[in-house]
Unconditional design. Structure first.
Length: 277
């Protein structure tokens, strides 16, 4: 009986900890802006049904739901793909969720249920959140010491390049966590780290997907001085590690300046043009 009671106590404590963690995550989310506004531009290009699923997916990620759940409205396969990418592209702060997922569909070939996957376990999430927030705060506090958005943006660029090394082996490489906490990542992790850090300082920054040099790639668009520019921090860091110096070849460049080797995806083509002179 004592062992049974102890088992029940452990389960109760585990449930309480999960509830506290969920509440903590919810308290750090601004529900007036998480699904709209200029920081979350991908949501604004979705239709009403896609937006409903976007909101539902976001809330299930926050709740760390590991179970299959029914979509609030059925979506076609293509619409689900667009919606899921909109969530991931808008929210670099959701560092614990994988960009892969499973879904089920009905006889009409419409997706009706979804199962999320995570790159960090629920048990490890509390400590990972502390490590992640500390890493972000460290970059933001250093960048905030500069007076202008341009100088702050450049500081963020340099700090992430100094912190991270390109490595596709990291299992969390699609998350900002890989670049900021573990120090190894790919373009997705670099770009999400840059996006989140800029957002923390009020700099509008978007996550961009597409092709670069014939391969799938991610980079950013930022708004500085009222104009939009491309930033490929991964491209710059690759040069950094080769020449052992900070490169700005892909820092605040126009669409025309990178058109020879960067092509936006259909979804990211809806983002603002970067054509400032």
């Amino acid at each position: 009986m004592a062992r049974l009671a102890n088992t029940k106590l452990v389960k109760i404590i585990s449930i309480i900890c999960s509830v506290i963690l969920a509440i903590t995550l919810f308290m750090h989310c601004d529900f007036k802006t998480y699904a709209g506004g200029e920081m979350y531009i991908y949501n604004t290009v979705l239709n009403e049904e896609q937006q409903a699923v976007y909101n539902q997916v976001y809330e299930n990620i926050i709740a760390f739901n590991e179970r299959i759940f029914k979509l609030v409205t059925p979506l076609s396969h293509d619409d689900l793909y667009i919606t899921m990418n909109a969530v991931y592209n808008d929210h670099p702060e959701l560092f614990w969720v994988n960009t892969s997922y499973k879904y089920g569909y009905n006889a009409d070939n419409l997706v009706i249920q979804l199962k999320l996957s995570y790159c960090i376990s629920k048990d490890a999430l509390a400590s990972a959140t502390i490590a992640f927030n500390n890493a972000v705060d460290n970059i933001v506090s250093q960048a905030a010491a500069f007076p202008t958005d341009l100088e702050r943006e450049r500081a963020i660029h340099d700090l992430i390049c100094d912190l991270a090394t390109y490595n596709a082996v990291n299992a969390k490489h699609q998350s900002a966590y890989s670049a900021l906490v573990e120090g190894t990542s790919v373009c997705a992790g670099y770009s999400r780290a840059f996006q989140l850090s800029c957002q923390k300082l009020g700099i509008v920054c978007y996550y961009v997907t597409g092709m670069a040099n014939g391969e799938e790639h991610a980079w950013n668009i930022v708004r500085i001085g009222g104009n939009f520019y491309n930033v490929d921090i991964t491209g710059d860091d690759t040069i950094n590690e080769t020449l052992n110096t900070h490169s700005y070849q892909y820092f605040n460049v126009t669409d025309g300046q990178i058109a020879h080797n960067h092509i936006r995806s259909e979804l990211s083509a809806m983002l603002p043009a970067c054509n400032a002179i």
